[in-house]
Design a protein around this ligand. Structure first.
Ligand code: FES
Length: 146
């Protein structure tokens, strides 16, 4: 193997490693929150939205919760003025589980997309996502499951 061939192979290998690590970082952006169910309420600590790094607090704009007994995860968005909204990650078209891509929720079955308010951005789905009633206090978010 000559020098030029070696550099070419190393270059592609490095690109592959950097590309893979970049993909893994973007896949790692969804935070699965530790939650608690009491009666019909899902309780999420507001601290689940905090990212503490070097004594600085930043906030996630969403977390996801998987709950035993419910077939689909729930996404909780942090909105302006410390308000929150919560949606079932179930496509309103034919019920496939949605993938979270930041503020866009994507269905891999037939390509529907939903916004962070549960609205349809792209069909074939026509109905918005199932939304939950949300209440808060200073520490927690309370999501009414039924
Ligand atoms: S089930 Fe989601 S687009 Fe069809």
């Amino acid at each position: 193997m000559d020098r030029k061939e070696f550099l070419k192979i190393c270059g592609f290998s490095c690109l592959g490693v950097f590309g893979l690590s970049g993909m893994m970082q973007s896949c790692g952006t969804t935070h699965y929150a530790s939650t608690n169910v009491q009666g019909n309420r899902l309780i999420v600590s507001k601290k689940e939205f905090e990212i503490i790094k070097n004594d600085t607090i930043r906030y996630r704009n969403h977390v996801v919760s998987k709950i035993e007994g419910i077939n689909y995860p729930i996404i909780i968005y942090k909105n302006l003025n410390d308000t929150y909204s919560a949606f079932l990650l179930r496509c309103s078209h034919q019920g496939a589980e949605l993938t979270v891509n930041g503020d866009v929720l994507t269905c891999s079955a037939h390509g529907s997309e939903f916004g962070k308010n549960g609205e349809v951005i792209q069909g074939p789905a026509e109905q918005q996502l199932t939304a939950f009633k949300v209440q808060t206090d200073a520490q927690n978010i309370y999501i009414q499951l039924s």
